[in-house]
Design a protein around this ligand. Structure first.
Ligand code: ACO
Length: 393
C-alpha cells in the first residue's frame, strides 16, 4: 500500500473515507435511503419527528417511543435567555445563516451535557438542537423585522410550530404537512459537504455543538445549501422574462451556473427534486403562484435542452431547484431558505456526529488528517537545499 494517495483537485469525488449506516445514495439510479428506508416511502408516510428518531437511533419509533421523543423535543424548544438577548444584539442586516451559526456556541453554553462523552448525552444534545434551531430561525426573522418574538406553542407539531412562530398564526394543515415533508426530504444525504464538515470536527473530539456550527457554515455556501436562495432570486427575476431559452443559453455561454441544477453524486434526477416538483405544483395552485411554478418549469426545460446540446445531460434539477419555490409559497423569505434546510439537516448532522464519535459503523474512530503538497517558499532550514525565490532572481 502506498503511503500517499494523490487525489488532488477532485473535491474528493468518488473517494470513500468512512463506512456509514445512516444513509445511502445510488447516484446513477436516483435512489436515496435513510437507514434502509426509501426516501419516497418516508416522505409519503413518515413525519419529520419519526425520521429524526430513525436517523439518530437507527430504527423507526413505535408509538410510545415517538410520543416520548416528540415530547422531549417540545420541552426543549424554549431558548435560554442569553441566546434570545444575543439575537437582539445582532445587526439588522445580519444573514440568517450567520446568526444561526453564531447561536450554536451560545446554545452549547446552556447545555448541561455539552462536555459529556456519553452517548445518551449526545442524543439529548441532538434533541435540543433539533428543537431549538427552528426557534432561533423564526426569532431572528421577527427581530430583524422589528416584530416581537413568538414563543413556541406546545400544542403544535414541529412544522406547525415553526410556521406559527414565523408568521404569528397557526398554518393551514396542507402547509404544515408540506413543510414537514420538506424536512423529511432534507434530513440526511450521506457525506455531503456540511455533513463531512461536522464529522471532521467531531473526529477531533470537539463537542457536538462545534461540529454543528461547522456544518452550518459549510451549508451556507451557494454551491451547497445556499443554492435555494439563489434559485428563488433567479426565478423571481425571470418572472417577466419572455425569452428564458436565450437567458439560459447566454448564462451558460458566459460560463455561469444555473443554480439548483447538477449534483456531485446524482447523475440522474435527484429523487427529492421529483417529490418537490409535485409539491411545488400543488402549492402553486393552492396559493395562486402558478406564474412562479411555470417559470421554474420553463427554466428546467431550457436548461435541460442546453445541457444536452453541450454534452452534459447528467445535469438535472437537484433538491434546491423546487424546494425554493415551495418555501416561497409558504411565505418564507428567500434569505431564510437555507436556514430551513439547516433546521432539517441538523438531524442528519447529529446522527453522523454520534456515528463518528462512537465508531458505530467502522470501529475505532480516527482523526481526519489528509496531506497537501507544499508548493510555497522554502526557508533553508533543516538541510533544505531550496533557496527562497525572490523578485529579480
Ligand atoms: N450549471 C451549469 N454548469 C454546471 C452546473 C450548473 N448548475 N453544474 C455543473 N456544471 C458544469 C460545470 O460548469 C463543469 O463544466 P466544465 O467541465 O465544462 O468545467 C461540469 O458541469 C462539472 O461541474 P463540477 O462542479 O466539477 O461537478 P459536479 O457535478 O461535482 O458539481 C455542483 C456539483 C457543485 C453541485 C454543481 O452541479 C453546481 O455548481 N450546481 C449549482 C449549485 C447548486 O445547485 N448546488 C446545490 C447542490 S445540492 C446540495 O448541495 C444541497
Amino acid at each position: 500500500m502506498p503511503h500517499t494517495v494523490r487525489i488532488k483537485n477532485t473535491g474528493l469525488r468518488g473517494v470513500t473515507v468512512a463506512d456509514t449506516k445512516i444513509s445511502f445514495i445510488d447516484g446513477d439510479r436516483g435512489i436515496l435511503i435513510y437507514r434502509g428506508f426509501r426516501i419516497e416511502d418516508l416522505a409519503a408516510h413518515a413525519t419529520f419527528m419519526e425520521v429524526a428518531y430513525l436517523l439518530l437511533k437507527g430504527a423507526l419509533p413505535d408509538n410510545r417511543e415517538l410520543a416520548t421523543f416528540s415530547d422531549n423535543v417540545k420541552r426543549a424548544r424554549g431558548l435560554p435567555r442569553h441566546v434570545e438577548k444575543s439575537l437582539k444584539c445582532c445587526p439588522q442586516n445580519a444573514k440568517p445563516m450567520d446568526v444561526l451559526q453564531a447561536s450554536i456556541p451560545m446554545l452549547a453554553m446552556a447545555d448541561p451535557d455539552f462536555s459529556s462523552e456519553d452517548k445518551d448525552a449526545h442524543i439529548r444534545m441532538a434533541t435540543r438542537l433539533i428543537a431549538r434551531l427552528p426557534v432561533v430561525i423564526a426569532a431572528w426573522d421577527r427581530i430583524r423585522k422589528g416584530q416581537d418574538i413568538i414563543h413556541p406553542d406546545d400544542n403544535l407539531s414541529h412544522a406547525e410550530n415553526f410556521l406559527y412562530m414565523l408568521h404569528g398564526s397557526s398554518p393551514e394543515q396542507t402547509m404544515a404537512r408540506a413543510l414537514d415533508v420538506c424536512l423529511v426530504l432534507h434530513a440526511d444525504h450521506t457525506f455531503n459537504a456540511s455533513t463531512f464538515a461536522s464529522r471532521q470536527v467531531a473526529s477531533t473530539r470537539a463537542h457536538m455543538y462545534s461540529a454543528i456550527a461547522a456544518a452550518i457554515g459549510a451549508l451556507s455556501g451557494s454551491l451547497h445549501g445556499g443554492a435555494n436562495t439563489e434559485v428563488i432570486k433567479m426565478l423571481l427575476e425571470l418572472k417577466n422574462e419572455r425569452n428564458i431559452n436565450r437567458w439560459v443559453k447566454s448564462r451558460l455561454d458566459k460560463g455561469e451556473r444555473i443554480m439548483g441544477m447538477g449534483h456531485a453524486v446524482y447523475k440522474t434526477t435527484d429523487p427529492r427534486a421529483t417529490f418537490l416538483k409535485k409539491m411545488a405544483k400543488e402549492l402553486s395552485e393552492l396559493t395562486g403562484n402558478q406564474d412562479l411554478y411555470n417559470v421554474s418549469l420553463r427554466v428546467e426545460e431550457a436548461a435541460l435542452q442546453e445541457f444536452e446540446k453541450r454534452g452534459k445531460s447528467t445535469i438535472k434539477p437537484n433538491v434546491d431547484f423546487y424546494s425554493a419555490p415551495v418555501y416561497y409559497m409558504m411565505g418564507i423569505p428567500p434569505d431564510l431558505m437555507t436556514a430551513i434546510f439547516a433546521m432539517s439537516r441538523v438531524a442528519g448532522w447529529c446522527a453522523h456526529v454520534i456515528e463518528e464519535k462512537f465508531g458505530e459503523a467502522q470501529g475505532k474512530p480516527a482523526l481526519y488528517r489528509p496531506q497537501a503538497d507544499y508548493v510555497g517558499e522554502y526557508c533553508g532550514l533543516m538541510g533544505c537545499t531550496y533557496k527562497p525565490r525572490r523578485k529579480g532572481n
